[in-house]
Design a protein around this ligand. Structure first.
Ligand code: AR6
Length: 350
């Protein structure tokens, strides 16, 4: 089991699988070929090729790394997901394209609510991708995919020879022995150290700042002006303009959080808060998600400042803030994004 999903690595023929979907190692033409592709089309009958031709007519084949779906024709599987792995060239790009082929097939299966799926070892036949490298990419992509809640209940890798089955088994053993530990646990972030297996077999550590997420809002006054806070930020050693924001406390919903922060930070209660966007703040090293709201119908309320230093508020018109963004005087990411969103999506009630 990996998470709530059963993973099996078996020797066999993918055309015989009774999973809801099987994956085809196709080529960009989607018109069939040798290897798994030929076997699937032979076993499934002409219905699959007919649907592939319809996809071709609509969007001209399947780019490398992408995935398309057709019915399974006469196969036991109801669906065939056609994906195209890269032809091995020895360049780094190949690794990413193979990862995409697996990821996009899994994402498409998930989107269709498919609960069981069988994969062949993509790109390791006619496309000559080294099998050990391909196995690391296939299994780490799957393992990472299953770290989030998914509807997939079973994933099967159906390998064509004992030799390749052994390669996949050894690789899975290595992946299951990877460690993840907390290196530092602070009030704001936890530093998680994830050991990862690279395509070339080396191990590396990914440093992840775990964060509970944050909510912020553009406070929009009835005269069309916005309220910003101006404060010194220790991390950048600068005074910076920001929209009011706060970290989600344990179990707190983003909307609750921002309603609380508006009172605490700028002394306004909002009649209406609308979610404009949720975005990943710095996905390279942190899982922090920031939810941006628009707050309207603002009524002044006694400011309740938790921190030692009171926050200085600044009321500015939209032309003023856009000029400041252009001149580099507003430099905070969520603030720039929030203000640009306001420009794109004019408020309905102010
Ligand atoms: N069941 C499971 N695995 C199989 C089966 C089968 N019935 N048949 C072959 N394999 P390949 P690629 C294994 O060449 O490298 C086609 O012509 C095979 O031993 O099918 O992605 C397409 O049209 C190998 O380990 O796929 C493309 O042009 C693995 O499946 C091109 O080949 C993949 O081998 C794609 O090449």
């Amino acid at each position: 089991m990996t998470g709530k999903t059963k993973l099996s690595l078996i020797r066999g023929d993918i055309t015989q699988q009774d999973t809801e979907a099987i994956v085809n190692a196709a080529n960009t033409s989607l018109l069939g070929g040798g290897g798994v592709d030929g076997a699937i089309h032979r076993a499934g009958g002409p219905e699959i090729l007919k649907e592939c031709k319809e996809i071709r007519a609509r969007q001209g084949g399947c780019p490398t790394g992408e995935a398309m779906i057709t019915g399974g024709g006469k196969l036991k599987a109801r669906w065939v997901i056609h994906t195209v792995g890269p032809i091995w060239s020895g360049k780094n790009r190949d690794d990413n394209l193979l990862r995409n082929a697996y990821y996009n097939s899994l994402a498409l299966a998930e989107e269709k609510g498919i609960q069981s799926i069988a994969f062949p070892s993509i790109s390791t036949g006619a496309y000559r991708f080294p099998a050990d490298r391909a196995a690391r990419i296939a299994l780490t992509t799957l393992n990472d995919f299953l770290k989030k809640p998914r509807c997939l209940k079973e994933v099967r890798f159906v390998l064509f020879s004992d030799e390749i089955l052994k390669i996949y088994q050894n690789c899975w053993k290595e992946i299951s022995e990877l460690e993840s530990k907390i290196g530092y646990k602070g009030k704001i972030v936890k530093l998680r150290l994830d050991e990862i297996l690279l395509p070339d077999g080396q191990k590396s550590i990914h440093e992840i700042a775990e964060h509970s997420g944050a909510a912020c809002a553009v406070p929009f006054l009835s005269d069309g002006k916005v309220v910003l806070v101006k404060q010194f930020r220790q991390a950048i050693k600068e005074v910076i303009y920001e929209i009011p924001a706060g970290r989600l406390e344990d179990g707190e919903e983003p909307q609750e959080c921002i309603e609380r922060e508006l009172v605490e930070e700028i002394g306004y209660r909002a009649e209406k808060v609308e979610l404009l966007m949720s975005y990943c703040a710095s996905p390279g090293y942190s899982n922090e998600i920031i939810h941006i709201f628009r707050a309207t119908g603002l009524k002044e309320e006694e400011q309740d400042v938790k921190e030692h230093e009171p926050l200085e508020t600044v009321i500015l018109s939209l032309p003023e803030v856009f000029k400041m963004i252009k001149e580099g005087k507003i430099r905070d990411g969520k603030t720039i994004l929030g203000l640009l969103l306001i420009k794109q999506l004019p408020a309905t009630n102010s």
